[in-house]
Design a protein around this ligand. Structure first.
Ligand SMILES: [Zn+2]
Length: 85
């Protein structure tokens, strides 16, 4: 007997893991590195459920890359986007 192998490879519609943009929901609490058109801070801590912020200087989109996922997160540690200079 042949087993029905319904192999329909449908890649899950997910973004590239770890790469996010301003305006998106923060999927994981953790340390994110920032990629932007002009110098900003290298990394920042973001909390799950928050929104990736846009640039405080030019209000343009920032690309965030997840570096380290933080498992334990206290509510007191808020997101702070400090400018580089
Ligand atoms: Zn900017």
């Amino acid at each position: 007997m042949k087993t029905k192998m319904k192999s329909s490879p449908q890649p899950p519609r997910v973004h590239v893991p770890g790469a996010f943009r301003s305006g998106a929901n923060v999927p994981f609490s953790g340390i994110y590195s920032l990629s932007h058109s002009h110098p900003l801070i290298h990394s920042t801590r973001l909390l799950q459920g928050h929104i990736f912020p846009s640039c405080p200087k030019c209000h343009d989109v920032i690309t965030f890359t997840l570096m380290n996922q933080v498992i334990v997160e206290s509510a007191s540690s808020r997101f702070r986007l400090l400018m580089a200079r």
